[in-house]
Structures are given as C-alpha cells and as structure tokens.
Design a protein around this ligand. Sequence first.
Ligand code: SF4
Ligand code: SF4
Length: 380
Amino acid sequence: MALQSFFRDSPPLVLEHQYLQQFLDVLSSQGYQLIGPVARDGAVVYDEISSVNDFPAGMTDTQTGGMYRLEDSGSAALFGYTASPQSWKRYLHPPVLQLWQAQRTNGTFQVIPEDIPPRLAFIGVRACELQAISIQDKVFLHSEFVDPHYKARRDNIFIVAVNCGQAGGTCFCASMNSGPKAAAGYDLALTEVVDDELHYYLVEIGSERGADVMSALPHHAAGEGEIEAADAILSKVVATMGRTLDTNGLKELLYRSYESPRWDEVAQRCLACGNCTQVCPTCFCTTVEDVTDLTGSTASRTRKWDSCFTMDFSYIHGGSIRYSAKSRYRQWLTHKLATWIDQFGSSGCVGCGRCITWCPVGIDITKEAQAIREGSSAAK
Ligand code: SF4
Ligand code: SF4
C-alpha cells in the first residue's frame, strides 16, 4: 500500500458502479429529494436528479481566469468535472428567500407560515465545498445569532461527498487545507475509480446515517489494490493543482497593506460586477426588501444575496463609504483572507477557484495576494 495513504484513518468500503442507482433509490426511500450535478447550458450545475443517467457522464471542464468550457472527457466517470459555477450555498442560503408574508384579513394582518424545507440529499459535494458549508455554519449557526431559515435547511440534509478525480484549472484547495480529499462534514464520501473494465466507488462512512444507507447496499471491504488506486487519484490531484496561495502571515500582511499600490492596479481592471461574490461558496451578505401589493392586502419581506461590490451595499446616511472599485476590491480580498479570520476563526476562502473562473476579466485572488506580498517585500 502507498506510504502516504489518504485512507489510513478508517477502512473504506467498495460500492460497485452497478449499484449506484440502488444507492440513489435508498436515499429517495428515506424521504430525501436528491440534488446532484447535471450538465446544462454548457456547464455542470446542481439540480434535482432521480437516476444515474442524470449525472454528467463523460464530461469534464476546462477552467482558467475568465473562462469555463465543458468538454467530453473520453472517460466513463460521472464525477469527472471540478467546481461547478454553482455551489451548495444556493440550497442552504438561497439567492432569493421570502422571510415572511402576511395577508390582511378582517382588518388585521395574519402571517402566512413558511413551507417546511424539503429533506435534501446533496450528491457530489467536493471537499472545498464541505469546508465552505462549515464556514457558513459558523456564520449562520455558531455566531451570536442563529439564522432560523439556514438552520431549517441545514438540519435536513444528507451529504454525499465525492473526492475530486482531477485538479480544476483555477482551484488551490491544497494550499487552503480544504481538499482535495473530504476530511469531515459528510455522511458518506466517495472516490470514483474508473479503470478499463473497472468502475467502482471507494466509500468512507462519516455518520450513522451514512452507515445505515451502506448497510442497505451490496458492498465489500476495500482491498489494498482498490485503496492504492484511489490514493493514486488523489495524489495526482494534489500534484497537478496549478495554483497555490501562500497563507503564511497573510492576515498580518494584508493588515499592513492598506495603502499598497496594487489596489490601484487591480481597480483598473475590476468591473465591480460582483460575480466573484455571487459564485463564492462562503460569501453570505444579503439585502432585505419589503413589498406590499397595490391593494394593501398582502405584505412580504424578501432576502436577496447582495455584494460588497455594489455602491448601495456600503451606503450609510448620504453616501457610500466604499465609493471606488479600489476600496471595494480591497474590502473583499481583505475580508476573505484576513478579517474573516478575526471574525469567524478561519479564512473565508476555501480555494475553489470560482472567483477566478467567473471573473469576466480574469482577476485572480492568488495572484493579487502574491503581488501584494512581493510589493511589501520590495518596499522594505
Ligand atoms: S474567494 Fe474565490 S477561491 Fe476563495 S472560496 Fe471564494 S470563490 Fe472560492
Ligand atoms: S474581481 Fe472580477 S468578478 Fe469580482 S467584481 Fe471585479 S471584475 Fe467582477
């Protein structure tokens, strides 16, 4: 067996590919609505699924700064893609959420109760996304105030993690200690192995619920060869990850770099479009809108994702306190990589690379942080 096995902590099981539909059926029979990856409109997105045929079999993606392409992989792998433009945030912290609605009846307003969120099983959660969910847990569940809307959704999910079988073009999870292997926070974690005639999943159990599901399925204990094959996949992902972020002393560096000339340079390119915040799996800022209908019979309050890149976001009594693209980019990057640590005890970045891929001008958080580091060294 490989000396540095990724699977040394718990003996994994093997689920043959032919039983994957049964796996989905067991989850459905337990009352879970299945949410998984599907190929749509030239990208892998997350949506309701019911069959193994819904997965993006034989598809992979090419990503670089400002570019995403979905292509044939020539492999039978179902999970051969990397970070989707969407993250699981859209299910736990929806982009648009009605917080309450009230109806006028007999001269008084009655609040219409919110629907109970469905029990969801997330299929295909990557290691970095598990870390992002745990970061949003800190924000919504473990800080001073618990968000009841997030909690109602979070309490009901079953998580099937899938370890990445290849490095994405823009990701850097290895340097953020958030991947490529799922470490915690899952019910089951799969590593997909496709090799000639072989197609199976190495399965790690992360909870009693996960063990219950596996007990309902044909499986066997993984042999040395099967573990070695999965180890080889993960080792290759680590070795081929194209980007790194040097986090050594980064918080202090950013606190010292408020006047770095690099902020002016990036502001020349930044469109302040907010894409980076919308695709980021940890960004959580919102705005709230109150609406009444024209007859005055219904009123509602809706929460929507907002972005620190909008002028309105920092509007305080007569003006925006971050009026320039420079101040908004500086706020975003410094929050992600520095102030987030003081606020929530960890970095706000999990290295998924989405903000790089989906930035229309290809601004790269790893390059910006490195440029600030180099500028700081040169100034000494
Ligand atoms: S800042 Fe960028 S790389 Fe980091 S978690 Fe957000 S989208 Fe992913
Ligand atoms: S860094 Fe890129 S994605 Fe983010 S606001 Fe600027 S242009 Fe848009």
